[in-house]
Design a protein around this ligand. Structure first.
Ligand SMILES: [Cu+2]
Length: 205
C-alpha cells in the first residue's frame, strides 16, 4: 500500500516500476503465462469464484444510476469489465460506473476483480477526492486517498470459463459525509475511457 507509486505514460516505463518488476518474478499457473501470486494480496480465482464475487449479496438498494449499501459493514465488489457490460468500465451491484453510497463510519471491504482480457487490460482502483477530468498519467499520492487496490493483470486466458481472474481486497472505514471518486489509475483509463464513478458517503440507514 505504498502511496508513492508513480504511473508512467509509456508501456516500457511501466515495466520498470517496482510493482511490475516484482510481478514478473512470481510463480506461474501451469500452462499459463500469468503469475499465480503477486504482491499486495493479489489472488487468482476461478470463473465460478469470480461470478460469485460479482453477484451482489449485501443489503442494498439499486437505483437507475446508483447503488446504496446499507448498514455499518459492507462488502463492495468492483468488477473491471464484467461480461455483458460496456468495455473499459467498472461494474458494482450490477450497474456500470454507478454512484456508490455508503454510510459514514461504515466498515467497507472493497474487492476489485479484473475480468478483462488482452494487452494493456490491467486495471486498479483508487478512491480519492480528486475530481474528473483526470490527466492521462496520475501522479500519486492523490488527494485524500481513502483506499487503493493495486493494478491487477488481465485474466489468464481468452476462454472465460477456463481462465483465472486476479482479485484483491482492502478495507477502510468510511469517514464523515462527503463525495469521493473511484477511478482506474492505469494511464489513460480514467481520462480517455472515463473509467470512474462517484463514491458518496452519506447517512441513509
Ligand atoms: Cu483500467
Amino acid at each position: 500500500m505504498s502511496p508513492r507509486i508513480r504511473l508512467f505514460l509509456f508501456p516500457t516505463a511501466l515495466l520498470t516500476t517496482p510493482l511490475m518488476a516484482h510481478a514478473m518474478t512470481m510463480p506461474h499457473i501451469p500452462g499459463s503465462s500469468m503469475p499465480q501470486t503477486a504482491p499486495h494480496g493479489l489472488q487468482w480465482v476461478t470463473w465460478q469464484q469470480a461470478r460469485q464475487y460479482a453477484s451482489l449479496t449485501d443489503p442494498h438498494t439499486r437505483g437507475r444510476h446508483g447503488v446504496v449499501f446499507r448498514g455499518q459493514r459492507v462488502t463492495i465488489t468492483f468488477v473491471a469489465h464484467a461480461p455483458q457490460h460496456p468495455d473499459m468500465s467498472f461494474e458494482a451491484g450490477g450497474r456500470t460506473d454507478p454512484t456508490v453510497y455508503v454510510n459514514p463510519g461504515a466498515r467497507v471491504t472493497l474487492r476489485v476483480l479484473n475480468m478483462d482480457y488482452g494487452n494493456g487490460m490491467q486495471h486498479g482502483l483508487v478512491i480519492t477526492t480528486a475530481k474528473p477530468p483526470y490527466p492521462v498519467v496520475l501522479t500519486c499520492p492523490l488527494p485524500d486517498t481513502l483506499a487503493r487496490v493495486p493494478t491487477l493483470p488481465p485474466r489468464s486466458q481468452a476462454r472465460p470459463q477456463a481462465a483465472r481472474y486476479a482479485q484483491a481486497t482492502t478495507t477502510f472505514v468510511a469517514p464523515r459525509a462527503g463525495t469521493y471518486y473511484y477511478l482506474c489509475p492505469v494511464p489513460g483509463h480514467a481520462r480517455a475511457f472515463r473509467m470512474y464513478g462517484r463514491f458518496v458517503i452519506r447517512a441513509h440507514g
